[in-house]
Write a protein that binds this ligand. Sequence first.
Ligand code: EPU
Length: 338
Amino acid sequence: MKITQDQNLLSFNTFGFEVSASEYFAVQTVADLHELHKNRQLKKSNLGILGGGSNITFTANFDGLLLHNQIKGRHIVQETDSEILIELGGGENWHEAVLYTLSNQWGGMENLSLIPGTVGASPIQNIGAYGVEIKDIFHSLTAFHLDSGELHNFSHADCKFGYRDSVFKNEKKGQYFITSVRFTLSKKPIIKTQYGDIQATLESWGIETPTIHDISKAVVFIRQSKLPNPAEIGNCGSFFKNPVVNSNIIPALIAKHPDLKTFPAGDGLTKVPAGWLIEKAGWKGYRRGPIGVHAKQALVLVNYGGGTGKEIIQLARDIQNDVFSQFGIQLEMEVNAW
Ligand code: EPU
C-alpha cells in the first residue's frame, strides 16, 4: 500500500491551485479500499475523497489522507430490446463515459456531454445540464462505507436527489466512497431539445430530426462557446446554485427588470438564474488580480493563474453580499470549499 507524502495537487484540481495533500492514495480497485480499512488507515481524523477535482476549491493544503477515485470499469448488467442497464466505475471520466454510451447508440447521457468530473461524483450533486439531470437516468450505486468497511447499495430513492443535491451532500456527507454507478439507458432514445440553446443550435446547422450524436455535438458546441476550458483558464463550472425563491417576490423584480427569465420550481417557488443576478449586479467580467468572474457566463469564477482558493472564496462572499444587498436574494455556493 503506497501512500504518497506531500502530493502536489495542481493537476488534480481544475481551478489550478498550487496546493498539496500531506498524504495521498490513488484508489484503483475496491480491494484497495478493503486493504486500507484492514490496515486501519481509514481511521485518520481527516479523510478526503477526490474525483476529477472539478467541483472543489482548496483554500489551503490538505492536511490528511486524500483518496483519489481511479476505479475504472464499464459493464453491461442487463439488457432488453428497448433498454440497457450499464455499470461504470466511480473513477471513470464522465465525458469519456458519455462518448462510450453514444458510440453504442444508447441514449440518455447526450445532454450531459462535456461535463467535467467523474462518474463517482456525478450522483453526489446530481449533475445536470440542458434539461437533464442524472437522476433521470440513474438506477443505483455501490459505495464503500469508510467507517465499517462494508459495501452498501443505494437505490434511486435512497439517494434523495434534488437540484444539485443528494443524500451524499447531507446526512451521509463524507461517509462513503462511491465505487460504481448504474444507469438505465435507452435503445430507443427520446430526444430532448426543449432547452432553448439546443434547438436554436440545431436549427442553425439545418438539422431537423436530430440523433443523440447531434444533441451531444450541440451541447459540446454551446458549452465551449460559454464556459471556459479548465485546461486553459482554471474554473469549477457554476460556482453558485441558481437560487430558488418564494414566487411572491418575482412580480416586483420583473417590473424593475423586464428581461428577467425565471423558471417554475414547484410549490409557490421560482428559480432565478444566478448568472443573471451576478451580471445585473455588475460583476460579469470583473477581475481582481489573478482571479475574476468569467466574461461570458457570470456564474463561473476563474483563476487566470497564480490565484488562491482563499481569494476565490473572498470574491464569492463579496458577490453574495452585493447580490443580497441589491436583490434581497441569498446565493448559495455550489462548489465545495476545503
Ligand atoms: N444568464 C445571464 N448572465 C450570465 C449567465 C446567465 O443573464 O452571465 C441568464 C441567461 O441568459 C439565461 C439564464 O441566465 O436566461 C440561464 O443561463 P444558462 O442557460 O447559461 O444556464 P445557468 O442557469 O447559468 C445552469 C447550470 C450549468 C449548466 C447550464 C445549462 C447551475 C448552477 N448551473 O447554468 O451547470 O451547464 O444550466 O443547462 O444549475 C455547472 O453546474 O457547473 C454548470 C455549468
